[in-house]
Write a protein that binds this ligand. Sequence first.
Ligand code: ADP
Length: 591
Amino acid sequence: MLRPRFLRKLYASYLVLLILTTAIAGALVARHTSQAIHQTVRHTLQTQALLLRGLALQVFDASDPQSLSPRLRSQGAAIGTRITLIRPDGKVVADSEEDPSRLQNHAKRPEIVAARQHHAIGTDIRMSPGLGTSTMYLAQPVQWQGEFLGYIRIAMPLTMLRDRMAYVWRTVLIAGSSAAVVGLLVSLLLARRVAHPLQRMTDMAIQLAGQYAPQPAFMRAKDEIENLTNAFDRMAYNLRDRMETIIQDRSQLLTVLGGMVEGVIAVDEHECVTHMNYAAGTMLRIDPDMSIGKHVWEVTRVRAVIETLGSTINAPESISCEVSITQPQELTLQLNASPLWDSRGELVGAVVVLHDVTDIRRLENIRRDFVANVSHELKTPITTIKGFVETLRDGAIDDREHAYRFLDIIANNGDRLHAIIEDLLSLSRLEQAEQTADLVRQETLLQHVIEKAVQSCEAKAVSRQVTITTVCDPEHRFSLNASLIEQAIVNLLDNAINYSKAGSTIHIAASRHAGEVTVCVQDEGIGIPQEHLPRLFERFYRVDKARSRERGGTGLGLAIVKHIAQVHGGQVSVTSTLGEGSTFTLRLPVV
Ligand code: ADP
């Protein structure tokens, strides 16, 4: 459809341009033509003046110049000019068209003045009162043998110039009008060609700009171009607005993904990684930034991840599974994969969320083992007690000798139950103190604590023929919970006595360096095989179950030591050589 406003503007500007160009071109051509004609007329008049010189001499020399008037008239008519002969004082002697006596003095005529001043040809162009047209006048001084006789003046009307100029302007106007008509046609065609795509672009831009209200800064449209400009402005404004929203949403999403503890890996439909957060990188030991754009199997060797993503894309539905991996590290991962769809409902990839459940599963195992262990540990003495009580009831109570032995066994198992429950309660209290981080500390001389622990175990050491030596600076004073540290040393010492041979020595050494106090309990006992060392501090973990029970152990002693160290912010470690002895080291930070 033709857009009139746009066409009007286009044509108006074209017309203004055309008028200006025509006017300038016409003026230039007219000026050039006028100059050329002036020059030609001047040259003609000059030639004629030369040719008429002889006749002029005769007239100036004649006693009756009037007698030569017919010759002068016929000459003037022949060449189409007016010839006037003028004395140096300006008096007209003869004229080809008028009676000289009726003519005024010509001394002040501009061409005569110019000729007199320059002693050469003088010219002037003015309106001739007689002819009523613009006329060129040329005055030529006439001399004979050094005597100045007067002037030949020749006048020629510039009608040729007028005709030529009229012709020039006519031509220019015809050319201008033709150009205007052609221009109008071209504009019409151009408008037809431009208006349609312009309208389509405007409609598209308005559509892209959406339903947003126009901003106050946008001007009111006067034609299709402004309409389009406005639509583009609105579109640009809204696009910028939407881009900002998208960028903001994206950065929020990336921040959320980056801060997640769960690993997230997104792939496109070709299984190439499009996003991976740092948690996923840490779990799979890969650099997330280096993974973008690579195929998932180039990025990780964890088959479960590759297969889960592949299956989600091939059969687009959510998948959940749990896997234990050993490479690149030992982990139990829960994988939840979902397909990714675009706004048109087409599959564009898949995302898998990796949940590290290693600790949860480990704690679950520990809890399960613990319940089983506690049940087992409690069951054994209870079964024994129950068995002997029934035996006594069934008549053994009357057999005094056996009855006392059975009662001793019942009492021992009661003590054992008590010891286990005491240890369990200690552990529970320590765990609570660890969680709430509330530990009662007091400035204490470490030597006193060690001495008290040694005293508690002295009787047992003597009965087992084991010697205990201590090395500790009597001045060492620390802020700690004395009864807990004493209990820890007693537990270590009790074990050392239990697993030492008669005649051996146990060394206790306390020292302080680098902001840490160290208490070592070293024995020369049976030692512990290396494979047991990592699990030695677990609850109910024993190297030799029968021997431990025989020695009255609960299997909780070292677990209690570990928790006492932890509640003080420290730790316990062990080194051992089978058959040579073990060294337990308690390290506590000085606070
Ligand atoms: P228990 O009550 O059985 O001694 P602990 O937790 O104190 O329980 O010790 C766990 C296990 O570690 C013991 O059963 C024993 O096998 C081993 N053990 C502990 N201390 C020593 C040691 N000094 N020498 C050899 N083995 C030890």
